[in-house]
Ligand binder design. Structure first.
Ligand code: GLN
Length: 446
């Protein structure tokens, strides 16, 4: 059914980069056999899943939507993929994204942009745009995405589905092609909150192969879905509802708060005073880390190697010039500059300090509130092509998601309305490792 749906819809949506039909059918047949003999079933038994193309899959092309990795066939599975396999979901294929997860519209894919299933003239968001669009279009039951500054939540909002960025360290990053290692997190994109809890259950947990993996006990997330939010204390960040926020988005969020009130929760306006520095801080830190992480792409170890180099340095130069797209090059240059001696203290170190202040903003609010709510993005999806010439405007779309990433705390985006036929997302932010409360609050709204 999944492949049939893809055949019907993907020529217009373009969510997939690679399909893995033969393997998936073989896996499905094995699960079928298991059904017959009545043996125990995994948590995600038989569910068709799509995987963002920066999460490595053994024997299945993993391109990061980059020309550089257009031929890269990994020899191992990411921990999250291995966990999905042991939960017995079936991998349908690999999903389109902004190249190396840098972007917020999918227009930075070096292959083709994915389109928003609600209106194919519009972007699906990014960078996990393929992951969001394929779930919204009913091609897969759920997908995995990655979120560095909003890349799960923002496309989930634009496509009218549920996207969860877990606490930094909850889901193993082993096998996730690194963009900004201190921010990257893998998480589920699903049609509803209950599915999100199930997928999180399957992929969360300590992994010795990821040095930043948190050794915490994993609760039963589905048992948190009680529907009860009586007494829940909601902080509403005024910085997320101020200037630059579309009035219709603001109205949808305020209406959602009324629903919470009617369910017995209370809300109050709060402040996250360092929000105005978040974008600058993020782009310094993320680009610095990216410039270091992407140094491994040298044309020797992975991916495509340039032809006819004059010498070794020329091999690096040619391979990187040909392999990386313009946005990736922009970030490498920005990051290399910020990390260079003489500028390190002024930019990188300063940004690290501001990151701490931003984290403290959250700590302060969470000493009095259970969750923080606001919009996921300032606007609904924009037209394909509308912002491509203007990277700064594109960066500003992440104003509501980036501070959360810098603080490392969990957040979910759930649908809370629409404007001109395009979905609006409500963002619910929680305390570190308190996914249960985030999921409970999100589920009660559905
Ligand atoms: N849009 C942001 C960026 O381009 C976030 C990307 C992400 O979360 N991977 O960096």
């Amino acid at each position: 059914a999944s492949y049939r749906r893809i055949a019907e819809t993907d020529s217009s949506i373009k969510a997939f980069i690679t399909l893995d039909e033969e393997n998936a059918r073989r896996q499905a047949a094995e699960l079928d056999k298991q059904l017959q003999d009545g043996s125990e079933r995994g948590l995600l038994f038989g569910l068709p899943a799509g995987i963002k193309d920066n999460i490595v899959t053994e024997g299945l092309l993993t391109t990061c939507a980059s020309q550089f990795l257009s031929n890269y066939n990994p020899i191992y599975d990411a921990t999250s993929v291995a966990k999905l396999k042991s939960a017995q979901s079936v991998t349908i294929g690999k999903l389109n994204m902004d190249e190396f997860a840098m972007g917020g519209s999918n227009e930075n894919s070096s292959f083709y942009p994915t389109r928003n299933p609600w209106n194919t003239d519009y972007v699906p968001g990014g960078s996990s745009g393929g992951s969001a669009a394929s779930v919204a279009a009913g091609q897969v039951y759920f997908s995995l995405g990655s979120d560095t500054g909003g890349s799960i939540r923002q496309p989930a909002a634009y496509c009218g589905i549920v996207g969860l960025k877990p606490t930094y360290g909850l889901v193993s990053r082993y096998g996730l092609v690194a963009f900004a290692s201190s921010l990257d997190q893998i998480g589920p994109l699903t049609k509803n909150v209950e599915d999100s809890a199930y997928v999180l259950q399957a992929i969360a947990g300590f992994d010795g192969k990821d040095s930043t993996s948190a050794n915490v006990s994993i609760p039963d997330y589905t048992s948190a879905l009680t529907g009860d939010v009586k007494g829940l204390r909601i902080g509403v960040a005024k910085e997320y509802l101020g200037e630059g926020i579309d009035p219709e988005v603001k109205e949808a969020v305020l209406n959602a708060l009324k629903v919470y009130e009617s369910l017995g929760a209370t809300w109050e306006e709060v402040s996250l005073p360092h929000t105005e520095y978040a974008i600058a801080t993020y782009y310094l830190l993320a680009s610095s880390e990216a410039s270091s992480n992407l140094a491994r792409f040298d044309g020797v170890r992975y991916g495509v190697r340039a032809d006819n180099p004059d010498n070794l340095i020329d091999l690096y130069r040619k391979s990187r010039s040909q392999g990386f797209g313009p946005e990736v090059k922009r970030r490498i240059m920005l990051g290399t500059y910020a990390l260079s001696s003489g500028y390190y203290d002024a930019y990188y170190l300063k940004a690290q300090k501001v990151r701490t202040l931003i984290k403290q903003d959250f700590d302060q609010v969470f000493s009095k509130f259970d969750v923080i709510m606001g919009p996921t993005a300032p606007t609904t999806a924009f037209r394909i092509g509308e912002q491509v010439g203007d990277p700064l405007t594109m960066y500003l779309n992440d104003i509501c998601t980036i501070p959360v990433s810098l603080a490392g705390v969990p957040a979910i985006s759930i649908p809370c309305g629409s404007s001109n036929g395009l979905p609006i997302g409500l963002q619910i932010i929680g305390k570190a490792f308190d996914e249960s409360t985030v999921l409970r609050a999100a589920h009660a709204f559905e």
